[in-house]
Write a protein that binds this ligand. Structure first.
Ligand SMILES: [Zn+2]
Ligand SMILES: [Zn+2]
Length: 189
């Protein structure tokens, strides 16, 4: 029953907000939409970080007690109104900038930890490989392609995309596909 009452109240609130929003013109809306820096945003970054950090004496983790996303990573709103993952801010503030395309990995496996000493820069691929046994990790650990050609140095070609993802292909299969393609082309003539 209580749950129903709460739902009804939320619906009323939402209807009220929508009516209010509909009563505004475009200029007023964009004015309301602009995120004004709060008092906390104007605090020095280091102070803001410490405000939301709680050091954990046993593991040495700096647990983030500020705002958190559903996936367990903390975040912080910056002065320009955008948000950024708290551990990334911490790393960039106390250590160094993060090269384009690379991600941070928690050595301590604690997502809410923002201790810069517990973080290291890795490629997305490394992160996926070391942290899961997903399809990518399973494929990458295969020693031969699906037709049985060995993934050795001679038979393997690799590529890296700008976002840090890496791929791997079988030369023998590639050659076979090219041959099929040429045969197909000559038949079509
Ligand atoms: Zn940690
Ligand atoms: Zn192959």
């Amino acid at each position: 029953m209580t749950a129903l009452l709460v739902t009804a109240r939320r619906q009323r609130e939402r209807a009220g907000k929508l009516a209010y929003w509909a009563s505004l013109d475009q200029r007023q809306r964009s004015e309301r939409n602009r995120r004004l820096p709060t008092a906390r945003v104007r605090m020095p970054l280091e102070e803001r970080l410490w405000h939301d950090i709680e050091p954990e004496p046993n593991s040495g983790c700096w647990l983030w007690i500020g705002a958190q996303r559903n996936n367990g990573y903390g975040y912080l709103r910056l002065e320009n109104g955008r948000t950024m993952a708290a551990h990334r801010i911490s790393y960039m503030h106390w250590r160094e900038s993060i090269p384009f395309g690379l991600v941070l990995d928690h050595k301590c496996r604690v997502r809410s930890c923002v201790n810069p000493q517990h973080l290291r820069v890795v490629t997305r691929r490394q992160n996926v490989l070391e942290n899961s046994r997903g399809i990518t990790a399973t494929l990458a650990s295969e020693i031969a392609c699906k037709r049985g050609h060995l993934f050795d140095a001679r038979n393997t070609y690799r590529w890296i995309r700008a976002n840090g993802w890496e791929g791997r292909g079988c030369r023998a299969c590639g050659n076979w596909r090219a041959k099929q393609y040429r045969a197909h082309q000559s038949l079509a003539k």
